[in-house]
Design a protein around this ligand. Structure first.
Ligand code: HEM
Ligand SMILES: *[C@@H]1O[C@H](CO)[C@@H](O)[C@H](O)[C@H]1NC(C)=O
Length: 324
């Protein structure tokens, strides 16, 4: 084989990786910041140690970023005089935490690789570390996302983020738009193996009791538990919460066992068990954690690749919370 054939061969190979990841690649920072993944992994550890609930926050933060105009770090932009109000003013971003931690990670990356690595990539890497540190799968993610040069309105964010009372139909439609199969859609909901839900987001479901006075899809005992912990008309509905599953700090398949047992906190948790499209998948993930981890990993990749800006699109922000 002559040199030209090799060069053509290699560039075809590189091109195919490029297209596959919509402009993202596994060696994107090979020259500009080869140590970026190690920097993020080391820098995020203290956050995990000082706040064991932070993995949940990072994972949800990535979802809410990717759900609104793609994974472009727009959720990190603080409101200021020019952008009033920001995406964060959306009611559906209630409970979003740890945005400032991504800023800190970014400043640590900037020290070693100034102006190279996007906030959007750092956010995806943080979410990936959050999963693995909690006992979940090690997910390989492609990099090369660029940051949005502007922040969308809170109205757009509210129209694109799912309602806390969404059902199986809406959920499957939402993730089908990201190229997910039914199996992957059920798997990505397994993110609710981590974290909490505030009473604010539970009261509307408790209000939807049927004629018999029962809320669909939960055991009477669990309903009583929720009513006790999230009383109607309480002044603390925005601060009190319940755990999404009993092993809230561990990324495992308990979420699926929990929802099968009628202890799902949100309507979608309960409906996935009953809907014929999703029920078998829920059962399988409850019985086999490896199956869940595998489907979650491919779903995570699809979520984190959705609607990304690449190449000359967008910018690499200097600080994640401000548009320069
Ligand atoms: C139809 C889709 C979804 C709906 C309706 C939904 C809804 C919710 C709601 C209402 C909460 C509680 C927020 C609070 O009260 O503080 C929550 C928490 C959470 N969600 Fe989702 N979610 C969905 C999909 C996802 C996805 C795809 C992920 C990640 C890949 C995710 C990760 C999380 C995490 C980790 C928490 C806990 C956050 C914390 O403890 O701070 N969710 N979700
Ligand atoms: C609770 O949160 C909701 C949604 O963000 C907000 O509209 C409401 O004003 C908050 N209530 C209190 C008492 O802080």
């Amino acid at each position: 084989m002559n040199l030209r054939a090799i060069v053509v061969g290699i560039s075809l190979f590189v091109f195919s990786i490029w297209v596959e990841g919509q402009g993202l690649s596994y060696n994107f920072y090979e020259n500009s910041c080869p140590q970026v993944e190690a920097i993020v992994r080391a820098a995020i550890q203290p956050t995990f140690l000082t706040d064991p609930t932070s993995p949940a926050a990072f994972l949800r933060l990535m979802f809410h970023d990717c759900q609104v105009q793609g994974c472009d770090a727009s959720i990190l932009v603080d409101p200021n005089a020019n952008i009033v109000p920001s995406e964060m003013a959306a009611g559906k971003n209630f409970g979003i935490r740890k945005r400032e931690s991504i800023n800190i990670l970014k400043s640590m990356v900037e020290l070693q690789c100034p102006q190279q690595v996007s906030c959007a990539d750092i956010l995806v890497l943080a979410a990936r570390e959050a999963v693995v540190v909690s006992g979940g799968p090690q997910i390989k993610v492609a990099l090369g996302r660029r940051d949005s040069p502007f922040a969308p309105s809170y109205k757009l964010a509210d129209s694109l983020l799912p309602s806390p009372t969404i059902g199986v139909d809406g959920m499957l439609q939402l993730f089908a738009k990201k190229g997910m199969t039914v199996e992957e859609s059920v798997a990505i909901m397994g993110a609710h193996t981590l974290g909490v839900t505030h009473c604010l987001n539970i009261l509307n479901r408790l209000n939807q009791a049927d004629e018999g006075g029962q809320v669909q899809g939960m055991t009477p005992g669990f309903e009583a538990f929720l009513r006790l912990n999230c009383p109607q008309g309480s002044l603390t509905s925005n601060t009190s919460f319940v755990l999404n599953d009993p092993t809230t700090l561990t990324f495992d398949n308990h979420y699926y066992n929990n929802v099968i047992g009628g202890h799902g906190v949100l309507r979608i948790d309960a409906e996935m068990v009953m809907d014929p499209r999703t029920a078998m998948v829920v059962e399988r993930f409850a019985a086999n954690q490896d199956d869940f981890f595998q489907a979650f990993s491919s779903a995570f990749v699809k979520l984190s690749n959705s609607g990304v800006l690449t190449g000359n699109q967008g910018v690499v922000r200097k600080s994640c919370n401000a548009i320069d």
